[in-house]
Design a protein around this ligand. Structure first.
Ligand code: ATP
Length: 273
């Protein structure tokens, strides 16, 4: 499916209505939409439109969602790749994939390139020890830098990248003319969690026992992805009980499950770093 994406880019139907909270990040991202929709407004004044925008924040905070919403709002094709795809590849494959991706995005400009988990290729070279050295990663990174430098600022292609680890990125990626704009996405506040619950409750058939404020209060530290997962789990649990509506108890059981999952994940992740 990646091959297909790389050929034509995908049409995205996500819009800002699908994103709850994240008000500041949304405002900044809306400017990117305007760069794509009304470039002449900027170029007429002699401004160079930024090429690269880094979305940084903890897992599940909506970085991918935000990138897709930019494409959806601007109605431009979306080309994506994930940095982690390249770590296991044979030398040369990653670099040629990157070249290909940029070529196709330029052909379809205005367009968006989204690079998820950019830290997998863009990790600072100094921070990798000799045993972990990965030539493929490095050649992919070099190709990415070459591509970023190789197209003009007003070609109508904007590259969005996402990372949970902005601290480990190679400084070369963050230089002016590359990913020089940074947008931070934080874990949602209680107020924002209410809004996120509401988005993900839209498709559910809810019982009157469900209290959104209460659920938001009982889910501190949850990301948007955790909340989306919780809502769907609650519906699955209710269905398993052959209920016709999703009730408070279903959400409580789903919450225990999601918390279990979050704990397992953090146990696996923490010893590595
Ligand atoms: P990762 O770093 O793990 O790739 P991410 O930051 O890219 O995560 P997304 O993939 O965008 O996170 O989020 C996963 C899902 O969580 C989204 O598809 C959406 O359903 C939900 N979600 C996350 N944030 C929000 C939000 N602010 N409003 C509504 N839904 C959200």
């Amino acid at each position: 499916s990646t091959a297909k994406l790389m050929e034509k880019g995908t049409t995205i139907s996500v819009t800002f209505k699908d994103i709850a909270g994240l008000k500041e990040a949304k405002t900044e991202v809306m400017e990117v939409v305007d760069f794509l929709k009304n470039p002449e407004r900027y170029t007429a004044l002699g401004a160079k439109i930024p090429k690269g925008v880094m979305l940084a924040g903890p897992p599940g905070t909506g970085k991918t969602l935000m990138a897709r919403a930019v494409a959806g709002e601007a109605q431009v094709p979306f080309f994506s790749m994930s940095g982690s795809e390249f770590v296991e590849m044979f030398v040369g494959v990653g670099a040629s994939r990157v070249r290909d991706l940029f070529k196709r995005a330029k052909e379809k400009a205005p367009s968006i390139i989204f690079i998820d988990e950019i830290d997998a290729v863009g990790r600072s070279r100094g921070k990798v020890n000799a045993f972990q050295a990965n030539d493929e990663r490095e050649s992919t990174l070099n190709q990415l830098l070459t591509e970023l430098d190789g197209f003009g600022p007003n070609t109508g292609v904007i590259v969005l990248a996402a990372t949970n680890r902005p601290d480990v990125l190679d400084k070369a990626l963050l230089r002016p003319g590359r990913f020089d704009r940074h947008i931070y996405l934080e874990l949602p506040t209680q107020e924002e969690r209410i809004a996120i619950f509401k988005v993900h409750m839209r498709p559910l058939k809810l019982a009157k026992t469900v209290n959104v404020e209460n659920l938001a209060k009982m889910s501190p530290g949850f990301s948007g992805a955790d909340i989306a997962n919780l809502c769907n789990e609650a519906a699955l649990i209710a269905a398993r009980k052959k209920k016709t509506q999703v009730g408070h108890v279903d959400f409580m059981q789903a919450r225990d499950r999601v918390i279990g999952g979050i704990e397992r994940k953090s146990k696996i992740i923490s010893p590595k770093e």
